[in-house]
Design a binder for this molecule. Sequence first.
Ligand code: DGT
Ligand code: CA
Ligand code: CA
Ligand code: ZN
Length: 576
Amino acid sequence: MKNADLARMFEEIAAVMEIIGESSFRILSYHRAARAMEELPQQIEEVARDGKLMDIPGIGKSIAAKIDEYLRTGQMNAHKEMLARIPPSLAELLMLPGMGPKTAQRLWRQAGVGSVQELERVIENEPEKLTTIPGIGPKKIRQMWESLAFAKTAQGRTRLGEATMLSEELLAQVRAIPGVQQAQAAGSLRRGKDTVGDIDLLCQAPEEDAGRIIGEFVKLGPVRKVIAGGMKKGSVLLDRQVQADLRVVPGESYGSALAYFTGSKEHNVKLREIAVKKKMKLNEYGLFSGKRSVAGADEEGIYRHLGLQFVPPELRENRGEVEAAMLGQLPRLVELADIRGDLHMHTEASDGTNTIDEMIQACVDRGYSYMAICEHSKAQAHAGGLDEKQILAHANAIRTAARKHKGIRVFAGVEVDIFKDGSLDFDVAVLGELDFVVASAHSALGMARGEATRRIIKAIETPHVHCIGHPAGRVINSRPGMDLDMEAVAAAAAANNVALEINSQHMRLDLRDIHARTAIEKGARLIISTDAHNISELDYIAYGVTTARRGWATAGDVLNTLTADEFLRWVTSRAG
Ligand code: DGT
Ligand code: CA
Ligand code: CA
Ligand code: ZN
């Protein structure tokens, strides 16, 4: 978690430096440090503990000292001082998604726009004031307007992956508090939503222990600040201002409390309506017929007594799941254990950090029966993209390495860039030399809906393309991604037998839940991949599976649940 904090702080330092006109050499060193933090496979605390900060490529003496300061004190003076050199409102403007320091500086110096509010006002009332600034045209203004709207919705929400890591660390400690019989996350986190507002934890313990347990909870290691500590509930802030609540409930109502606090609110409303129709009452304490408790100890009992199939938490969004559960028609959702291969990962040959051998061994260790290594193509120069010659040489290296590993089929692939017009960074002839082709858009994601949709469909129709990587190109809490007509994209994917990826990076989760559902309804098939840049990110597959489940996906909708032979048959059927 500290890795991401440090990356953000270094980016912020670099951005302010650019605004105040620091030397480009110093700016670059902070960009490099930020990137190093983002890509570091270990936790920075461990590296610091081993005294190995300076061994990280891109980290020199002065940056190492700043990291050390931050880890020891929770603060970084250089960061604070740098931000103090511009007005706070300008710093806020700079944090706006998609706002680069160059634009921020021009807005400020040339139009006197130095805050988010001012930008909003000027765009709405006198946009002509902005169009006179070089580099700012109607298109840029539209983008800024969208990111203003986007920033408002993103406010204060934490990405699923970050919330999961924070909550697991905390839960392990809650479970160790004497008297706690079981503990788990509820709320949007349990539903697997791509971002969560706060973390809702629940634990079971005898009533008389509740006050003491809360007392111990608010003193746990990951707690940064106590908001409230009562007799049944405690609220705290963790790293990065994430709020976590713990509720203590007795065994007889653990299931009903779990159902209640898992939500969603809209799903719960539906359940209560059904209870009322059955002349019962449902609340966090149980399901009651008159004064008699009918169910409450476990969630299964609640659903059963309401005459419903058990609804997996990921579906509890009032998107038709209650009606389906009533008819016994809920899908049997794909599970982590169904996944037999990972089809998108990078090695040190492009922007990953592990070798081919290490990635293969890690996939063998996970029990996968197939995998694909897909480096970036040459258009992604800053991500170490390979040109035609290099990718073919790399394919040979992958095939040679694969021979040393038994029991896993390794596809030599590529993540080829989709250009603005839908054409690809490599010719069809080159693609045909590779075993597995993921095509992804990485730039010009702000285009209008029709244009963006045609772009992706053109890529789908290109021979040898197997899968569209992170189809929308969104980055959660940072950029909304392409505005795609997902029904049209999915229909094209289905017609061409091309898969749509659910990218499991928690900053992406793209296709997102509702798009995955649309894709399935239109007959398209999905591939859940991690896009891992190191061996530890192969674990992200769980977030992709959760997202697929939220999209109502069954194992049959997901191609990488096929056996190796079946999958190979599909891959070769896409030959062109
Ligand atoms: P979040 O935190 O914004 O990502 O979303 P949730 O779903 O975790 O919402 P949160 O933390 O406000 O509350 C957790 C669950 O507790 C929620 O999903 C349903 C239940 N809940 C909370 N407040 C209410 C309420 O006023 N009415 C009902 N029916 N349920 C509530
Ligand atoms: Ca919550
Ligand atoms: Ca809450
Ligand atoms: Zn990509």
